[in-house]
Write a protein that binds this ligand. Structure first.
Ligand SMILES: Cc1ncc(COP(=O)(O)O)c(C=O)c1O
Length: 390
């Protein structure tokens, strides 16, 4: 799995060194299994809310969607984003500080491109979202992966992050709430990161894709809202998770007036602009009722609880940290054979018809990632099968 692509025609070392995605490999293998219980994807299985679909259809019917928008995105959308950033994230922004992107992922790519030169380092806490590492590699940078503390809910190891800083370090990059662990960083942890960034003149790149999905009273904090931090934080957000808009490919980045033109220069050659029809849908997502978001969050809290209960019954096989947020969890496999998480996940798929994602994909070997953004019956089916199997 984690091997380089072997190609005889010239391709860049930069790209060919990137291993095949274990997530996509598991998806491909899952298609070969009949009636699979699928816990592999971090993709909401509910559809996009109807009022958002309708707004897109209306924009098409009115002939508004056939051309490009401004590269930074429709002004009316950026105005709605500014309101949301103020109300939800306590970030005081202006429309000039926003770039609407092709999902969070393209915004993050543009941000990394804007921040590093070849050989520069970005510190990434792990286990972490695999695309962050790839984005740094694609920009000819060096990802410096620093383990989090699993026993304390995968919290940040501030001392280890401090020790990882060299004169090539340009940034610290993380998702919070976290994919794959479900951790939510506390205000104190983020304040410590902010202090490190200021002391060492670093940029912080955040991926806040799961910002709305926290449980048990835990709160998500945007580090850009902390005093004096706006100038050195690039914050990325998405409609993908919040409004179940995976396929619309729409997100946005916020950064200071000084940084944002550089990020826009990274964004244009990749995308020109985000899909215009999706931008109109996004305007409605922000202006319309937010009840759908509350419903998603309530559903994920229920499915999180159910998955934890079912994992408790498999206590001889897995141990886990209860997710404080996102819709993902990252149980550790207690068995010797779990040290090869890819082999373990493949066998679980073939022999128990349960699809998970091997921890190695997130630099968290001996773990499996399981998604609870699925109906309760899928979780029960998967765990009934695992109970029989083990
Ligand atoms: C942490 C994180 N960031 C970004 C993404 C991708 O978001 P988008 O669809 O907005 O590009 C995902 C998708 O799984 C994710 O888990």
């Amino acid at each position: 799995m984690e091997q380089r692509t072997n190609i005889s025609v010239p391709v860049s070392n930069r790209v060919s060194q990137i291993p095949k995605s274990a997530i996509h490999e598991m998806t491909r293998l899952s298609k070969e299994v009949d009636d699979v219980a699928f816990l592999s994807w971090a993709k909401p299985t509910s559809g996009t809310p109807e009022h958002i679909n309708r707004a897109a259809i209306k924009a098409i019917e009115e002939g508004k969607t056939g051309g490009y928008s401004e590269p930074a995105g429709l002004y009316e959308l950026r105005v709605e984003i500014v309101k949301k950033l103020g109300e939800v994230n306590s970030i005081e922004a202006s429309a000039e500080e926003i770039v609407v992107t092709v999902g969070a992922i393209e915004g993050l790519c543009a941000a990394v491109m804007a921040v590093i030169d070849p050989g520069d380092e970005i510190i990434i806490p792990i286990p972490g979202y695999s695309s962050h590492v790839r984005q740094v590699v694609m920009a000819s940078g060096k990802p410096v992966c620093v383990p989090t503390v699993e026993e304390e809910g995968f919290c940040l190891d501030i001392g280890a992050i401090n020790n990882a800083i060299t004169d090539r370090t340009k940034a610290i990059m993380f998702s919070d709430p976290n994919n794959p662990t479900g951790s939510v960083y506390s205000k104190e942890e983020l304040e410590a990161i902010a202090e490190i960034a200021c002391k060492n003149n670093l940029i912080i790149i955040t991926d806040e894709a799961y910002e709305y999905f926290t449980f048990d009273g835990y709160k998500h904090h945007s580090i850009a809202s902390f005093p004096g931090m706006k100038e050195r934080v690039i914050s990325s957000f998405t409609f993908t998770k919040t409004y179940a808009m995976t396929g619309w490919r729409i997100g946005y980045v916020h950064a200071s007036k000084e940084l944002i033109p550089q990020i826009k220069k990274g964004h244009i050659p990749f995308a020109i602009c985000a899909p215009v029809v999706s931008q109109y849908a996004a305007v409605e997502a922000l202006r319309g009722s937010q009840e759908c978001v509350d419903n998603f969050r309530e559903h994920y809290e229920k499915t999180r609880n159910l998955m934890c209960e079912r994992l408790d019954r498999l206590g001889n096989i897995f141990e886990y940290q209860r997710p404080k947020g996102s819709y993902l969890m990252f149980p550790k496999i207690k068995l010797e054979r779990g040290k090869d998480s890819l082999g373990f996940a493949k066998r679980l798929l073939k022999e128990a018809r349960v699809s998970t994602t091997p921890g190695v994909a997130f630099r968290g070997e001996s773990h499996l990632r399981m998604s609870f953004c699925v109906p309760e019956k899928t979780i029960n089916k998967a765990f009934d099968r695992m109970e029989d199997y083990f």
